[in-house]
Design a protein around this ligand. Sequence first.
Ligand SMILES: Cc1ncc(COP(=O)(O)O)c(C=O)c1O
Ligand code: FES
Length: 391
Amino acid sequence: MATKVYMDYAATTPVKKEVLDSMIPYYTEKYGNPSSVYSLGRESRKTIDESREKIANILGANPKEIYFTSGGSEADNWAIKAVAMANKDKGNHIITSKIEHHAVLHTCEYLEKHGFEVTYLDVDEYGMVDLEQLKKSITDKTILISIMFANNEIGTIQPIKEIGQIAREKGVYFHTDAVQAVGNVKIDVNELNIDMMSMSAHKIYGPKGIGALYIKKGVKIDPHIHGGAQERKRRAGTENVAGIVGFAKAMELAYENLEEHISKLTKLRDKLINDVKNKIDYVRLNGHPEKRLPGNASFCIEFIEGEALLLNLDMAGIAASSGSACTSGSLDPSHVLMAIGLPHEIAHGSLRLTLGDFTTEKDVDYVVEKLVEIVDRLRQMSPLYEKVKGV
Ligand SMILES: Cc1ncc(COP(=O)(O)O)c(C=O)c1O
Ligand code: FES
């Protein structure tokens, strides 16, 4: 069935029309290489500069501190590996959390194979990092703390300003993966004590394959891609001009309407959470009840397989996602659901519904209606459910 209701905005978002319209000329008539000296090239250069300025202004950064990348994964890789390489003389210890995106976790694991030591902080049942544990983990060898702004699976928002404060007091760099937070949270990099921040356009109604790393002036970090002089000689390669323009446009739109976006999504999300909890038994909400992304509703529905749930939702025209092993194509259960202490059998029934700018109340009603039907049907086949219900 064709998708009737898209509820996977945390995976990616459609490109908004205004964003696409802003990009098209840079594929067709304004195709000059930004490094060329003639006016066609200079025009591309000017557009990149303007886009960088727009993004920097929104984040309270200096344009010289914004470096375009191919997206969030590249920004994470760059921040962590290149700070590690550039600060080897100072230490070899990195602190991160157990619920980071794989772009952070796998990068840290790679560094462990090359002589770095990594502390993976626990989180509580809501997915929150413990600031006391963080403080205690810092040693005189610690060079970097990398903690995500908001979690992609369970939506929990971390106390970023406090983490940044701790890092600053100890003279340790602080990187945050803000891929899910950008466009959903007001961000001022200075106010929040952030040294480096990863971003991605395709989560905020921009194109895929473009993002950025904010690098605060003065951070000691190696260049990431060697080659030409682009991105202040730190990330070589002819710029993705149209992508950059689209990213800046998407940022502009997101922050122009931030309050409205947050209040609309929060209302729809809470309706969804309440309806699901009221109409289905043995359901739990994953993540923090309040400190969560406005569009994130993550559940564990007991006595259900996430995979079966997703397939049935798909048959009803609903696009959603699950963190359980069986659906993500890997054999490991979601490291996030494990880290918040869920047993495997509960993690198996996880369902992530993420809402966005095109979600309507009707969509929420439709998803709840179908979900109730599907859960009921699947549970009828579950001997465990029958046992607890005493039927
Ligand atoms: C928290 C987080 N970090 C990083 C990424 C990777 O971003 P990208 O797809 O732009 O590489 C994602 C997206 O899946 C994400 O949710
Ligand atoms: S094996 Fe599927 S979540 Fe444990």
